[in-house]
Ligand binder design. Sequence first.
Ligand SMILES: [Fe+2]
Length: 174
Amino acid sequence: MEKISLSEVHLNGDDQFMLKPENGISEKALKEINEGLHQLLGETLKLMNLSQMVHWNFRGNHFMSIHEFTQSQYENMFEAVDVIAERIRALGALVDGNITTLCANSKIEEIPKDLSSERMIAHLLRAHRQVIKTLRRLRTLASDHTDEGTVDLCVQRTLFHEKSAWILRSLIAK
Ligand SMILES: [Fe+2]
């Protein structure tokens, strides 16, 4: 078979569609979904960092179980960040991976390092609830535009955050 060098490939005007996702979703909808995915990316990164903060600074009776639980949490979110960013690329946009911009757009607050153990757990719980809210909005938007790939991603992430919220609620329940 004849070898083709990529440098010899020139797309003419009619071929430019090859550089777009051409998935039947309108440009306007793709822009809105892209914004939602960036918010999800920023909030996932932020919550990953919060989980690390609790992993490091937690003090109290259940230290080992919280230490191990928060590790499994930030490891899950580390992988999720890549999945979310690659979904942005699959929909044709570039990823604005600047950590300052991403976190500035997230609605999750910093966690003070000297919080009591219960307040640390409550802070994580609030952050998971915020991500669940962001996911619900994005899932509805993606579903309205039959973007099933993003819907599936949102469902998978919602399962994770809802289970995490249940575990955290159980830890502070009296
Ligand atoms: Fe560690």
